[in-house]
Design a protein around this ligand. Sequence first.
Ligand SMILES: [Zn+2]
Length: 398
Amino acid sequence: MEHNEQDEFFETLFRLDACDDTHEFLDFVQGKRHATKDLLTAASQLLSKGRVRSAYILAMLLAKRGQRHLTMSVALSVGGLIYGNSIEEENGLQHLQAQFDALSVEEQQKTYDHIVAPIVAHLWLCSIGKADNERVMRILQHFRAAVPDGFDWRAKVCKLCGGSAEYWFHAQVLGRYRVAYHLCEQCDFLFTEEPYWLAESYEGVIKRQEVDDKDDADGVARTMRLKEFVSMLLRNLFDAQGKFLDYGGSYGLFVRLMRDEGFEFYWQDNYCPNLFARGFEAVAAVEGEAESRYELVTAFECFQHFVDPVQELDHIFAQSDAVLFTTRLLPNPVPKADEWSYYALESGRHVSFYSAKSLRTLAKNKDLTFLSNGTDTHLLAKRHISSGVFKGISRWGG
Ligand SMILES: [Zn+2]
């Protein structure tokens, strides 16, 4: 019975929070003497969702009851700053450091990841002017122990559109590097900090010919499906007699299959040996001569590996007027570090994550046509291509 009441409490509380009706939320939390433990749990969960206002209200209520807790200190200092109550801000800051320092290193990181990282972007977005920036830093400085030495919480420049990319979270890459991820406010492109660990990430692929994520157990089945899809696409929307390049072509299976279908495909890959399409390596352009022109470039599961996507795209478009690629679109809301396997934290090889908006923005900036099946298969082209035909083929062949 008690359990049901508790479930009901959380359900109502989160529902009212989601409605953004502060009065109703207040009436509910003050209307009955809810258990301190439940209010604290609720405050912590609200912070983890970036719901500062409701967490702040709960923290003030708990403070009136004479409670003290790290979660409350975070909610009070951040809420006080965002909603302009410097007394509550100071109340929060008063015990923050001592409470955080009392945790073990592991608990510090967990607490930081759970309730601090999700609100950093809110703090920046709500702060205007230099004085406020200093106040944001004054709060964040308390959590230095949970981030790498010298880490900077300020926004970076978006690699895709040049917009402002807010700090979003830290994740454990290759089991040992605490890596920061930034999300662009304008185009929803998510990217890691400068990937200094990549040499280590690719060591396995190059030396041990470790199986990469694109060559996993269903890699062959996927390549067979792609063969059907791309064949249809080429016959309907491109010059099927032209030359084609599979960029980042892995072991060459796709090139082999496409050649068997009668398409003149070439292979290129910086990390994988060519096992299936020997003799069909793309020849780099000789200086002074025009680069080889391809009717279409395919790039399967490559874009999430690109450290500099704009430069890579320019490189591709120097050789062709169209690129067909697969990369899974970043879900909305952005998943937390442990909620999306596509972050590929164990291999550390995925460093760029695109939303549909990111790809649309990229296309607009480069004056390209952008078509997508809405999940993982996309086309960028210099000329107009009928979205109806593309979507029809995607459905049928994908
Ligand atoms: Zn951007």
